[in-house]
Design a protein around this ligand. Structure first.
Ligand code: NI
Length: 163
């Protein structure tokens, strides 16, 4: 297990589409472990593989006080509602932006054993599922800003978690 460096905008890797995984083998399990280590090191609540420069469809999410979830080939199969959120991304350090996200999201994918699972979430979990799956198609939250005045520079004291 290892902490890997996080790449930052405007690194072009963040704009690429990630590849589907055919077999959830040991190399993918190692990648998941490294992603969890990296996410914890930077106190993020989620991480997508492209954020460490790996263009594979893998995301991990760990909300405060909850179990870690890993999802391989995640797909959002249902979304409902809409809410305004303040969002930040580990790849866009020093900024937060106000964007719209769904209230509730259902995602499906494979767990670290390659078994099909579904994750249903609302609030921050729904937001993280949308944010991380966006990363897999080369989309950053800043692409969802209605205008540039919805993007703020922030100091270190902010409480908005990064994903
Ligand atoms: Ni992000």
């Amino acid at each position: 297990m290892a902490v890997r460096p996080i790449i930052t905008h405007p690194n072009p890797l963040l704009r690429q589409k990630s590849k589907r995984i055919r077999n959830v083998d040991e190399s993918i399990q190692r990648l998941i472990d490294d992603m969890v280590d990296t996410m914890r090191q930077v106190q993020g609540v989620g991480l997508a593989a492209p954020q460490i420069g790996v263009l594979l469809r893998v995301i991990v999410i760990e909300l405060p006080g909850e179990e870690v979830s890993a999802l391989v080939n995640p797909e959002i199969v249902r979304r409902s509602g809409e809410r305004l959120v303040e969002e930040g991304c580990l790849c866009v350090p020093g900024y937060r932006g106000e964007i719209k996200r769904s209230e509730k999201v259902t995602a499906k994918g494979l767990d670290r054993q390659g078994k099909e699972i579904r994750i249903k979430g609302e609030g921050l979990l729904a937001q993280a599922l949308e944010h991380e799956t966006d990363h897999l198609r080369g989309v950053l939250y800043i692409d969802h800003l209605e205008s540039i005045d919805k993007l703020y520079r922030i100091g270190e004291e902010t409480e908005t978690p990064e994903i």
